[in-house]
Design a protein around this ligand. Structure first.
Ligand code: A2P
Length: 275
């Protein structure tokens, strides 16, 4: 792709919101992550999302092209010089069918208006923080796990990630493994971190949906921790719509109430990217 043009093959002027891709990693046939330059003026809270995308094809009638934008959680922490994103590849998806082919030097569009509910401000103080994710719903937690506030605010942080296959867990597993060696937060973590990956369509040390394992108590037994309670526990949830709805039911069953930026409570939920 031409360095200066987010719409190769078309004489589209350079967009003011263009950012340059610096790194791309393909994790599986269906998952990839990439890093882009960060606009100097962009401030965000770890866990928030922005709209990113590419220029679409020109309209045959008007000859004008419109950007195809989707909400993507920023997977890098607020202190990072660059921005990282974690994405699925949908072969006939309007955006990811093309986004999956970006290479370092290419440009993407990034609207610098971060928003979202998976932020510390939306939770009341607590002792233990849970991050519940499926698939690319891990992305906001990749940011929050590298955010010092996460470790300063809680005595214990438990990260769960449910995917179909073991290879789908790899991006998250690498981030979790790298935390202890991280210059900034390695020391803050101590023994606060517990990681609980599960698979549903391939054999692994822990098989099954996290929702089922919370309901039958096996997740607590495996982790050697107390059941969830509103006095101590706070949670952030990010995955498919079906997963989010089920987690809402599970967490409310433990007595937790949903919070928001304007009304902090015990847990918050956000839908992961769907193409
Ligand atoms: P399952 O394989 O049993 O459907 P997907 O790739 O479809 O987005 O799913 C990602 C992971 O989320 C899969 O492991 C899937 O399990 C799990 N999952 C999907 N829906 C739910 C749900 N309602 N509750 C818990 N886990 C779910």
């Amino acid at each position: 792709m031409n360095d200066m043009n987010p719409n190769p093959g078309h004489a589209t002027p350079v967009l003011p919101d263009a950012q340059t891709v610096t790194q791309v990693t393909h994790w599986t046939d269906e998952l990839f992550s990439f890093r882009v330059t960060r606009p100097a003026s962009l401030r965000f809270r770890s866990g928030e999302f922005v709209m990113i995308g590419l220029m679409g094809d020109p309209d045959p009638k008007t000859g004008r092209a419109k950007p195809i934008l989707r909400a993507y959680s920023i997977a890098s922490p607020a202190w990072d010089d660059e921005l990282e994103f974690y994405s699925i590849k949908v072969q006939d998806g309007p955006l990811t069918s093309r986004l999956q082919h970006v290479k370092p030097g290419d440009q993407i569009i990034l609207r610098p208006k971060p928003v979202g509910t998976l932020v510390h401000d939306a939770l009341l103080p607590g002792k233990r923080l849970w991050f519940f994710s499926t698939g690319t719903g891990f992305a906001p937690f990749a940011s929050l796990l590298r955010e010092p506030e996460t470790w300063e605010n809680y005595d214990e942080v438990i990260v769960t990630h449910t995917c179909r296959n073991l290879s789908d867990l790899e991006y998250g597993r690498r981030i979790v493994e790298a935390l202890r060696a991280d210059e900034l937060i390695g020391e803050l973590i101590g023994d606060k971190l517990k990681y609980y990956p599960t698979t549903t369509r391939e054999d692994s040390p822990t098989v099954g949906r996290i929702t089922d394992r919370l309901r039958d108590g096996s997740a607590f037994a495996d982790l050697g921790v107390e059941h969830i309670a509103s006095e101590t526990d706070r949670a952030m949830v990010c995955g498919s719509l079906a997963f989010n709805l089920e987690m809402k039911e599970v967490l409310e069953g433990f007595g937790l109430e949903e919070g928001a930026n304007s009304d902090p409570k015990h847990y918050v939920i956000e839908k992961a990217f769907v193409d």
